[in-house]
Design a protein around this ligand. Sequence first.
Ligand SMILES: [Zn+2]
Ligand SMILES: [Zn+2]
Length: 148
Amino acid sequence: MKIEKKIFQKFLGEKDLWDTPQRELILDTFLQREGHISAEELYDIVKKRDSSIGQATVYRMLKLLTEAKLAREVDFGDNVKRYEQDYNHPHHDHFVCRGCGKTVEVVNSLIEELQQKIAKQYGFELTDHAMYLYGFCEDCRKKNSKKQ
Ligand SMILES: [Zn+2]
Ligand SMILES: [Zn+2]
């Protein structure tokens, strides 16, 4: 069994919740995908595999996965809540293209260290952070310059 499944079952047990075939299907589907997925997109995939799964179940499941630290929320500034895998997926920040919605994952140790340093100066101990850098990707900039 995948370690993520074990973690989730333990989490459910602690919350006095039952594992159901539906929850397992949603978890499997989520784990099969790398990258960023919205509740809507996840629902579209799982309902094809089991039409008895409702949208509310998927939303609730993503909340549980976030609590269990198997998923984390990402916010690309377009009012769509998306999720990415958290377990065994190290921290990274995101560039987000305002033109086509493309995202690029980045880690820069200098920025990470600087954040720690600044937090310390302000008497903060960081538990986590999220950094989103918005702009236009190379493709979108090329397209725009051709139009002019
Ligand atoms: Zn773009
Ligand atoms: Zn990401």
